[in-house]
Each structure stands twice: as C-alpha cells, then as structure tokens.
Design a protein around this ligand. Structure first.
Ligand SMILES: C[S@@+](CC[C@H](N)C(=O)[O-])C[C@H]1O[C@@H](n2cnc3c(N)ncnc32)[C@H](O)[C@@H]1O
Length: 270
C-alpha cells in the first residue's frame, strides 16, 4: 500500500521544544485526541492489540507518549468486549497532560500516571502490553531502537501505531488539510477550553503550528520496512514475532503499525 515517498528527515517539531508553551502542547494533544475520537482511525488495528494482550496473557496496556490520552476511549470498550472486561489502560508521558488526566479520572479502566515516564526506560512496576500511539516518529533511529529494546528487555509485547504514512500525497495533505481539520475539530474538544478557541480562531497559532508539526511528523515517520529493520537491530528481538503494515482507515486516514510479540507465556503476567 505504500507508494514511493520522500526520504526520512528528522526535523524538529514545535511540540518537542522544551520552551514550547504548555498551553499549545496541551491544545495540540487535545486536538489529536478529539480527532481520534471522531474519526476512529485505529479501529482496524484493534485485532492487533487483542493479539498482543492474548499473547502476554495479561489485561493491562501501558501506553507511552500518551499526551492528550489518545484513542483509548474508543479502543478500550472494544478490547474489553473482545478480550476481557478487566482490560485496563495506564497512560504515561514524559510531560503528563494534567487536563487529560483529569478528564480520564471518570473513565472506567483508564488511569493517567501523573509522574513523568520516559518511553525509553519504563519503570519495572509498569508491566503489560506497551503501546505508542502517534509518538514513535518523535524518536531518531537509535532512540526508537532503545524504546523497542526496553520492551524486549522487559519481555513485553509492543504495538506502535501512527496516524501517518510517509508518502507524497500524505505530505501534501498534512500541509493543506491540517489547518482545516484543526478549525473543524476544536469545537469537539471537551471540556471546552476558551484558550484553545482563542489559539485557533483569534490568533490561529494552533492550526499553523499543527500543520508544521504534521509535515515534520510525516517526514519523520518510519515506513513498515524501516520499522522491521529497526526491530531486527535490537538485541534479543529475534525471539519476537514482528509485523508491520501501512493501511487506510475507513475515513481514509493513513495508519502505520508495528507489532512485536514475545514467545507465548505459560504463566499469566497479571
Ligand atoms: C504527538 S503526542 C501523541 C499523543 C497521543 N499518544 C495521541 O495519540 O494523541 C506525542 C507525545 O510524546 C511525548 N513524548 C515525547 N518524548 C517522550 C519520551 N521520551 N517519553 C515519553 N513521552 C514522550 C510528548 O510529551 C507528547 O505528549
């Protein structure tokens, strides 16, 4: 499904700059979350998550780089129905989004960890299937391998999901469609934040910074063959089963995934 595309280029995203205002970082992750809730692009990969939970015989997902919480409001109920009603998700981030954490507080099965968690070195007490949604492209190849190595070292399954594909049409769509998408998605963000509306319609920093970041993200995104190559370079990863694919969601959005499954366990994890 991948068409020839641009070379991978590791530019900088505004959201990654340490001095980038937290109001804009939170507004960006809140926008992403509202987009995920509305378009549900990861529904086609629910079966991949199901496979990872079953392989690890566990009922906990440890989501890394969670930002504004990601797609779990949609995916968790489906996983609970398909796998086990006890499936839970622990959301983590290096810069936890306090507003998202408050929003998650009344969602059954979703807990947002308020202590910073580095995806490259996950504390041992956070056991479970690791996921990275829209975060993997933030890492350069060496760091990306470190993230995979940390999961392999802990013997946990890892699922990487990206709402991106590094193709020319997707690059063009990022530049043209994202400002429009921000303008139409901000009214869906709950709870409504006056600041986010002002940053979108009064002084439109959010639509243009999101367009910039999405273009950079698209150029940073790894293709399926590159994901498999990264995994192949991780020590001990040869005992894992790896699969990567690029596909389109029902709404036409680009999705890329990588899954790494450890050998079957005989004893349940949790
Ligand atoms: C584009 S957001 C993804 C948000 C969310 N997963 C979603 O799908 O909406 C990327 C997140 O990665 C986080 N991040 C960047 N480097 C990280 C690291 N080393 N460890 C954990 N989180 C990190 C950022 O703080 C940001 O919230």
């Amino acid at each position: 499904l991948t068409s020839p595309g641009p070379r991978r280029l590791h530019g900088f995203e505004l959201m990654d700059l340490p001095w980038w205002p937290s109001a804009l970082r939170d507004a960006a992750t809140d926008y992403l979350q509202a987009l995920l809730n509305h378009t549900q692009p990861f529904k086609p990969v629910t079966s991949v998550l199901e496979e990872a939970l079953r392989r690890a015989s566990c009922s906990r997902i440890v989501d890394l780089c969670s930002g504004g919480a990601g797609p779990w409001e949609i995916l968790l109920p489906e996983l609970r129905e398909r796998v086990d009603p006890a499936v839970e998700v622990v959301l983590t981030d290096l810069y936890p989004n306090a507003q998202a954490a408050a929003r998650c507080a009344d969602q059954p099965g979703i807990h947002y960890e308020l202590e910073p968690v580095d995806a490259l070195s996950v504390p041992a007490h956070l056991g479970g299937v690791r996921t990275v949604v829209n975060g993997f492209h933030h890492f350069r190849p060496a760091q990306a391998q470190q993230l995979l190595a940390d999961a392999v070292g802990a013997g946990q399954p890892i699922v990487v999901l990206e709402l991106l594909q590094r193709t020319w049409p997707d690059l063009l769509a990022s530049a043209v469609m994202v400002p429009l998408s921000v303008a139409t998605t901000v009214p869906r963000i709950r709870p409504r934040a006056l600041r986010t509306w002002a940053l979108t319609y009064l002084a439109p920093v959010l639509p243009w910074s999101m367009a910039f970041d999405t273009v950079v993200s698209t150029l940073r995104c790894y293709r399926p063959d590159e994901l498999l190559e990264l995994a192949a370079g991780v020590a001990g990863a040869d005992v894992y089963e790896w699969r990567a694919e690029a596909l389109r969601s029902e709404s036409g959005l680009p999705v890329t995934y990588l899954v790494g499954l450890p050998p079957e366990r005989t004893e349940p994890l949790s």
